[in-house]
Design a binder for this molecule. Structure first.
Ligand code: ZN
Length: 325
């Protein structure tokens, strides 16, 4: 009998679908109880982290009037049943089981893609929540921008026991992840494809500037403040009217670091990265080309717009003569 090594010892599509079918057929897991009942300290921490000051989440008059006391944000449903730091998972957890199965088949990377939650009602301190989960589907293989992968969809339901012994669903969640095999081409090539910047409405002016030989700095048209990295709103006056100025391309090293790991596609390591304080006052990160053994803080630098290919011109930096203009 021979083993087909090209197919990960038989961990092929048919095996994946058979395993997925087996995991889906297990149905809904047994209810897993939350570690703690719904409680005010956890609500306080969560609303503070999120920045939600809705008074119904605290012991306020409006909370007492509407709900007889404070309630928990509905979006906290998942929080109550989170696993602790203990890596142990129940063997029948379908999401965990499916992840392990796809790992075995070589689809080792994961990307969350969709999360839809539905809330039936608010929870109140003292209520004890339990969660059940089932594997809804495994769909693939699909060719995606990050590589070939399978979309895994699970459905979770949060329950509270009623005094009469029945249970009530308080929230549901459909969660979809893409479990993918990182692009073989990028792994196989020595350096791989260079990393591309995200070009959007806020950054387009910057990248078309480098392509035209200009280093551009975003400027607020309302108050005149310069800012970098670019964004939609002025941090000073909150105006959205934005333009740019063309930088002189000169500045000084504010700080530097020599990057040894991890690998960066398209780059030979080690490489020296500098945070440059431009004469215009904003700071930019870039590679320092032909770096010396030691980079002096405050050393004058000048921009070098490096054409990587037709679609990408990257601002990099070179040491300049002191006093050069
Ligand atoms: Zn402004």
């Amino acid at each position: 009998m021979s083993v087909d090594t090209d197919r990960d010892q038989g961990r092929d599509h048919d095996w994946i679908m058979a395993e997925a079918g087996r995991l889906a057929a297990l149905g809904e897991t047994a209810p897993r109880l939350a570690r703690d009942p719904v409680n005010q300290p956890m609500i306080n921490n969560w609303t503070e982290a999120i920045g939600d000051r809705n008074p119904i989440y605290a012991d306020t008059e409006i909370a007492r009037e509407l709900y007889g006391g404070p309630v928990a944000p509905t979006a906290m449903a998942q929080v109550w049943t989170m696993y602790g730091l203990d890596p142990e998972r129940p063997a029948h957890d379908p999401l965990h089981g499916t992840m392990r199965m796809l790992d075995e088949a070589g689809y080792t990377s994961v990307l969350g893609t969709n999360c839809d939650q539905t809330y039936a009602r608010h929870l109140q301190p003292g209520e004890q929540v339990a969660v059940t989960t089932r594997l809804e589907s495994v769909v693939g293989p699909k060719q995606t921008g990050v590589g070939e992968g399978y979309f895994v969809t699970t459905e979770s339901r949060w329950w509270v026991a009623l005094p009469d012994g029945r249970s009530e669903v308080v929230a549901t969640m459909t969660f979809r992840v893409l479990k993918f095999r990182p692009r073989a081409a990028a792994l196989a090539a020595d350096l791989g494809e260079p990393v591309r910047p995200v070009v959007n409405r806020d950054t387009e002016f910057f990248w078309s500037g480098t392509a035209e030989g200009e280093l551009r700095i975003q400027k607020c048209n309302a108050c005149g403040v310069l800012r970098h990295p670019p964004g939609p709103v002025c941090p000073e006056c909150h105006a959205m009217d934005r333009g740019y100025v063309v930088a002189t391309g000169r500045g000084r090293v504010h700080s530097s670091v020599v990057h040894h790991a991890p690998k960066i596609p398209g780059k030979r390591l080690p490489l020296t990265l500098v945070l440059v304080e431009l004469t215009e006052g904003v700071r930019m990160v870039g590679e320092l080309l032909d770096p010396p053994e030691t980079v002096e803080i405050g050393a004058p630098v000048v921009v070098d717009l490096v054409t990587v290919d037709d679609a990408l011109t990257l601002p990099s930096w070179r040491l300049a003569e002191e006093g050069a203009r």
